[in-house]
Design a protein around this ligand. Structure first.
Ligand SMILES: [Zn+2]
Length: 76
């Protein structure tokens, strides 16, 4: 749904991204969230900031442990 047609609600969300096999988890990301479908939109400067932070290992990041689980048996 388009941003102009709906009342977007500004929230802080968690965003996961992957670059070169490395996962990045961004917290407290300002986003416009559609109250109907939950789709999240990000301002251009926010997207750019995340892209920039994925170019190298962030010095102020804390490492986390994650479980990677394949559901390949459900895909057939
Ligand atoms: Zn929507």
């Amino acid at each position: 749904m388009s941003k102009t047609e709906e009342a977007q609600v500004k929230k802080r969300v968690t965003v996961t991204r992957q670059r070169g096999g490395q996962w990045f988890i961004f917290e407290d990301v300002p986003a416009w969230v559609c109250p109907h479908c939950g789709h999240r939109y990000f301002d251009a400067d926010v997207l750019e900031a995340m892209e920039n932070r994925m170019k190298s290992t962030p010095a102020d990041a804390r490492p986390v442990t994650a479980w990677a689980i394949s559901l390949s048996e459900k895909a057939s």
